[in-house]
Design a protein around this ligand. Structure first.
Ligand code: NDP
Length: 234
């Protein structure tokens, strides 16, 4: 059965791979984008998730064009890496505002229709560094760890309404976000990954799709690592 899916930041990188995975399975997929043109084959809704009004308008458009959101993937995220002593309050706050509060805005808006339908699937994209920590990424790691507490609280709050909340924690994935790393940094990371390579975006997408499928009907509040073994034990 075709469902109404919304992927934030589904216009590129991991989000686009997630959007493709759902579309390939026959779902109707909307993706948010902030500028330029959205990718072909999806309902593109312009939306900056730091603005609650834009989030509301985006949901209205999705509801009109493909129905209330049944599967929500909170994927949009940013980094502003800096060592603590050089990290400004804005560097910290803006990353939290996008990665954590942004997810709050989107989940809260999606929840309205999910409560009414008495079903829903929410998948939040965290990161291995949320649990492992990462020097120079205190803001990012805090935002990604925050998503775990957020999802697990909602799994408890809304489980009786048949809404599941799960977290996917990718390791290093080949996208624009990691292109900024130097060759030396990349080699250092790969050396710590048991599988000895970066992930492809579609490898993250496959897990997200599973968590939103009927096969995952009894999974909620889970944190699923898709990290080549990098975070084992955490
Ligand atoms: P990219 O930098 O390639 O893409 C980021 C996406 O987030 C873009 O679609 C971007 O939209 C969107 N976005 C950023 N800020 C906002 C905002 N305020 N409102 C709406 N959309 C926004 O990143 P990845 O694809 O690599 O990452 C996707 C997710 O996966 C992120 O949450 C990231 O933290 C997480 N992740 C990534 C890993 C990696 O190694 N790449 C590892 C672990 C987790 P726009 O095009 O408009 O900028």
């Amino acid at each position: 059965m075709s469902r109404s899916v919304l992927v934030t930041g589904g216009n590129r990188g991991i989000g686009l791979a997630i959007a493709r995975a759902f579309a390939d399975a026959g779902d109707q997929v909307a993706v948010t984008y902030r500028s330029g043109e959205p990718p072909a084959g999806f309902l593109g809704v312009k939306c900056d998730i730091t603005d609650a009004e834009q989030v509301d308008l985006a949901f209205k458009e999705v509801e009109e064009k493909q129905g209330p959101v049944e599967v929500l993937v909170c994927n949009a995220g940013v980094t502003k890496d800096q060592l603590l002593m050089r990290m400004s309050e804005d560097d910290f706050g803006s990353v939290i505002d996008t990665n954590l509060t942004g997810a709050f805005r989107v989940v809260k808006r999606a929840n309205r229709a999910m409560l009414r339908a008495r079903k829903g699937r929410v998948v939040l994209i965290s990161s291995v560094v949320g649990l492992l920590g990462s020097a120079g990424q205190a803001n990012y790691a805090a935002s990604k760890a925050g998503l775990v507490g957020f999802a697990r609280s909602l799994a408890r709050e809304l489980g009786s309404r048949n809404i599941t909340f799960n977290v996917v924690a990718p390791g290093f994935v080949d996208t624009d976000m990691t292109k900024v790393l130097s060759e030396e940094q990349r080699a250092g990371i790969v050396a710590q990954v048991p599988l000895g390579r970066y992930a492809e975006p579609k490898e993250i997408a496959a897990t997200v799709r599973f968590l939103a499928s009927d096969d995952a009907s009894y999974i909620t509040g889970a944190v699923i690592p898709v990290d080549g073994g990098l975070g084992m034990g955490h």
